[in-house]
Write a new protein. Structure first.
Length: 121
């Protein structure tokens, strides 16, 4: 299964990161793959991030997410998250507060994509 890929919706490119079922040690590799695409293409993107109950957010993962957002945040038009547990939603809120972002969590891919597309107009 491809963990990082591009999806086209309403003529907009969305970079999709799928952490569903990914082991804790593999989470950083998925993030790095996405970051490499962003930096290589050097074009701002909408990003959809998918989690599930087995996805584990480690302190190292959060530190790397912070570094990427600080250095390459200009390449992230907006992010939407799907499949966050209550605890992961609180982590996202803290991340938003810390970095001054407004990334949102949704219950379904469809809701998240609608949000990203509406925001990109």
């Amino acid at each position: 299964m491809e963990r990082v890929h591009k999806a086209i919706h309403s003529h907009k490119v969305i970079l999709v990161l799928d952490y569903s079922g990914v082991r804790p040690g593999e989470m950083l590799a998925v993030m790095e793959e996405a970051m490499n695409i962003l930096v290589h293409e050097n074009e701002p993107r909408l990003i959809l991030v998918k989690f599930d109950d087995k996805s584990f957010i480690s302190p190292a993962f959060m530190r790397r997410a912070e570094q990427i957002n600080k250095k390459h945040g200009h390449l992230i038009l907006n992010q939407a998250f799907v499949g966050l547990s209550v605890i992961k939603t609180f982590i996202l809120k803290g991340f938003n507060l810390f970095l001054g972002k407004d990334y949102k969590s949704f219950d379904s891919n469809e809701e998240a994509i609608r949000y990203l597309l509406a925001d990109a107009r």
